[in-house]
Write a protein that binds this ligand. Structure first.
Ligand SMILES: NC(=O)c1ccc[n+]([C@@H]2O[C@H](COP(=O)([O-])OP(=O)(O)OC[C@H]3O[C@@H](n4cnc5c(N)ncnc54)[C@H](O)[C@@H]3O)[C@@H](O)[C@H]2O)c1
Ligand SMILES: [Fe+2]
Length: 444
């Protein structure tokens, strides 16, 4: 392949979606209801009223509680006559302990609605508090199998407006709530369409106070959502569901997700390095919009191996404490736990759908003139590694404290994440995953 036109048309070809024996023949599109724009948060009082809220629990965390977005929300609710109480105890990178504490607050307050103002940690905790206060049960009831019992949520939840003050997780668009189960040292979550917020308000002004490292980590999370969605196993290769009502949320790559995700990758490629090193308002808008586009994509397609690996990378942390996050406990923040794996995954998986890896490298800003399909994985990995260095991200797994001696535990931790690992472009064995972790130890 010698010119960009060739791979662009390859990207458009329906070949990736050719039918397979027993494979699915349809995909569904779940579109979030969102509002986007600078100062859009000021409209939340009317939005809350429209959703029938009269007394709301506002979930936030200790740092965001001191910032302007929370004051904007309170003022707008007050003007619309909506009563509110604040819960600012949310743990950053929440745990089962903090999900339970949030639920206790929700139980006490007799609320008829929920508003979350914060990052993924806050939005996810708010979803869990809404769920467990509406349909009380033990925590594992609704948690994904095999760790939990994955019972269906019995009915609708109370209305929830999610207002991200970070970007990347797209939790405002998804029916997912993620937490660390402390006794198992494992990240897991709850996934149900019923957890999806009724409205997401994306106000790029909220990003102005984000620390540099959080900006970088979350930018790479957006990128990884988008690249994993376009390189996921095509929906036509996933076994057809026994009945249409059990088609999974993570359907695999599909033509709808492709459109939003390639644009998300382009925006991250254009904006992220400057947003971290010399931010301007235009970068906040671009990255928050990219986050939304990628969120729509991975909400329908699903993530795969870099995210599957990230659960073990975050869960087994020993003493890593990056600048920009609270320092009360060691953590590998989500975006970092994903991006340290991603280049190694591209090198391993690119041969399964090289056009898509090459299209992503091009969208990220790599020079692909004269490239061949065989170069796709290396080109994309090199481009991402360069941007990791330009934005101060850690140098692979070693950069967050792991050594060769940890590879087995990391592989054992990630391999059971079947739901995500199986959504990758090729089937991988335990040994393959071990090899990918090994390749992710250091990049430069
Ligand atoms: N539900 C989903 O679909 C989904 C998807 C991906 C990740 N997640 C989860 O989301 C969590 C990560 O969320 P996150 O990356 O958005 O960050 P976060 O909520 O963990 O916050 C990171 C840090 O940034 C601070 N912060 C937030 N907004 C700020 C602002 N505007 N200015 C200054 N500081 C600010 C927070 O106080 C915190 O210290 C993880 O638990 C991850 O597993 C959820
Ligand atoms: Fe993510």
């Amino acid at each position: 392949m010698t010119n960009t036109q060739d791979f662009r048309s390859a990207m458009n070809l329906a070949d990736y979606y050719s039918p397979s024996d027993g494979g699915d023949t349809a995909f569904s599109v779940v579109a979030p209801l969102v509002k986007f724009g600078p100062s859009s948060l000021r409209e939340i009082g009317v939005d809350a009223r429209t959703l029938g809220m009269s007394r709301v629990a506002i979930f936030t965390d200790a740092r965001v509680a001191e910032l302007e977005p929370l004051a904007v929300v309170q003022e707008s609710l007050r003007k619309s006559g909506v009563d509110s109480e604040i819960y600012a105890e949310t743990e950053v990178e929440p745990t089962d302990r903090s999900f339970k504490a949030g639920t206790a607050f929700a139980n006490e307050g007799k609320f008829d609605g929920f508003i979350s103002v914060g990052g993924g940690s806050v939005m996810d905790t708010c979803k869990a508090a809404n769920l467990y206060s509406t349909y009380p049960d033990d925590l594992l009831a609704y948690v994904n199998a095999p760790i939990g019992r994955a019972e269906p949520i019995p009915g609708p939840l109370k209305p929830h407006i999610a207002c991200p003050t970070t970007f990347g997780t797209a939790s405002e668009c998804t029916g997912i709530a993620i937490f660390d189960l402390l006794e198992m040292k494992a990240k897991t979550g709850i996934a149900s369409i019923r957890l999806k917020p009724n409205l997401g308000i994306l106000d790029p002004n909220n990003l102005k106070t984000l620390p540099k490292n959080v900006m970088a980590a979350n930018g790479f999370d957006v990128f990884s959502h988008a690249i994993e969605s376009i390189t996921a196993r095509p929906y036509t290769q996933r076994p057809a569901p026994a009945s249409s009502d059990v088609r999974p949320l993570s359907q695999g790559a599909n033509p709808y997700s492709d459109v939003s995700c390639i644009e998300a990758i382009r925006r991250v490629g254009v904006s992220l390095v400057d947003a971290v090193n010399q931010p301007e308002d235009k970068h906040y808008e671009s990255l928050m919009f990219a986050s939304l586009l990628a969120g729509i994509g991975f909400g329908n397609a699903g993530c795969h191996i870099p995210h599957g690996m990230s659960y073990a990378v975050a869960g087994l942390v020993r003493d890593y404490q990056p600048d920009g996050w609270p320092t009360d406990h060691p953590m590998v923040p989500h975006g970092i736990s994903v991006i340290v794996n991603a280049p190694a995954v591209f090198r391993f998986c690119a041969a399964s759908c090289p056009e898509r890896h090459l299209a992503a490298a091009d969208a990220m800003g790599a020079d692909i003139r004269g490239a061949s399909l065989a170069d796709a994985g290396i080109l994309l990995a090199d481009r991402v590694i360069k941007m990791m260095r330009q934005t101060g991200m850690p140098n692979g797994l070693a950069g967050v404290g792991y050594t060769e001696a940890d590879l087995k535990a990391l592989t054992d931790g990630a391999f059971p994440q079947k739901r995500v690992i199986d959504n990758g472009p090729r089937a991988i064995s335990w040994d393959d995953l071990h090899e990918i972790f090994k390749d992710a130890l250091t990049y430069w």
